[in-house]
Design a protein around this ligand. Structure first.
Ligand code: SF4
Length: 335
């Protein structure tokens, strides 16, 4: 291998996928961590003396996020109180194993851990949901429930921020997916580094400009323990196509990932487009763009043996709710 391009005197052991620089291990660590520090400070992601929940799945992204946030918090004295928040979807052979990795992270990084389960929150595990609805729309249920479960966890923990492990590839994929679907509402906010979840707890993405390949390299060279098995109910077909397209484009030019993110950031959405406004769900009180939130609608369908309710157009759902004169009390177990 050639000498490290920083001229530190050591031999390089890797080529950075993002920049093409050939670096030794220590210079790679420094460049990787400095970029995340730069992202955090430039976007003013955290105020000092804040409490931050890290959405932890046991996978590479959240493991690296927890490790690097702890390191930067100490190195630059961010004065953050860090805690781990995990969601147990109830997926046998996947989440039960990955939660063991999160518990290892808890011990290794000395951070408290809170686990919220679908079973406790909604009365259903993903195993039970899939047994009811089959393998076609499972990720719709899972995604909607997870998003709300994280919000509920963040409220319960009384944190000021919820940090997620979304990396540059995830964001670029989402921008592509929303363009392909013509989903203007999501397109306008999917590349934001801070999003308002509507409950006063911002969601922040410190790894927004960090390439997935570099996260894998960093975890490998730092010898971090993470869980790499794919969910037994994957893949989410549409996202899978966007991912394949992005990976093919990345092979031609790695800067395509940053270019797509920057394009997403620069997009101006037509003001006259039909954009949803956030309000409180009339049932569970959590944030929703509709009168009744998607999680409550999906749950209503499951509990009434109509699992397709909520998959598809919201007008159909509205009609169903009006026709059935559904009760307005909360359907969730912990309320
Ligand atoms: Fe949930 Fe689908 Fe992800 Fe599995 S692949 S964890 S079912 S969203």
């Amino acid at each position: 291998m050639p000498p490290c391009s920083t001229k530190c005197g050591k031999n390089a052991i890797l080529k950075r996928p993002k920049t093409g620089d050939v670096l030794c291990k220590e210079c790679f660590f420094e460049a990787f961590e400095n970029e995340i520090h730069f992202t955090i400070t430039r976007a003013k992601l955290f105020k000092p003396n804040s409490k931050v929940a890290i959405a932890a799945s046991g996978g590479k992204d959240s493991t690296v996020l927890a490790y690097v946030l702890k390191l930067l918090n100490q190195k630059y004295d961010y004065k953050l109180d860090l805690t781990l928040l995990s969601i147990d979807e109830g997926i046998t052979g996947y989440r039960d194993d990955s939660l063991e990795t999160v518990k290892q992270n808890r011990d290794d990084y000395e951070m408290p851990l809170k686990i919220m389960s679908y079973k406790d929150l909604y009365g259903w595990t993903m195993d039970e949901i899939v047994a009811e609805i089959g393998r076609k729309n499972n990720c719709t249920f899972c995604g909607v429930f997870r998003r709300q479960a994280l919000d509920r966890g963040a409220v319960l923990l009384k944190v000021d921020y919820l940090a997620t492990g979304h990396n540059a590839d995830d964001i670029a994929e989402t921008v592509l997916m929303n363009i392909l679907r013509g989903d203007l509402a999501r397109l306008s906010r999917c590349s934001a580094i801070i999003t308002d979840s509507g409950d006063g707890i911002p969601r922040v993405k410190p790894l927004k400009y960090t390439y997935e390949k570099e996260i894998v390299m960093y975890a490998y060279f730092r010898k971090l323990v993470y869980f790499s098995t794919e969910c037994v109910f994957a893949p989410n077909a549409y996202r899978g196509h966007a991912r394949v397209l992005l990976k093919d484009l990345e092979k031609i030019d790695p800067s395509v990932i940053m270019n797509i993110i920057q394009s997403g950031e620069s997009l101006k959405i037509n003001e006259s487009a039909n954009m949803p406004t956030l309000r409180k769900c009339t049932r569970c009180g959590y944030v929703s763009s509709q009168e009744v939130c998607k999680a409550c609608v999906l749950l209503e369908g499951l509990n009434k043996g109509l699992p397709k309710l909520g998959i598809g157009k919201s007008s159909k759902v509205k009609k169903f709710i009006q026709e059935k004169n559904c009760k307005t009390d909360c359907l969730c177990n912990n309320k």
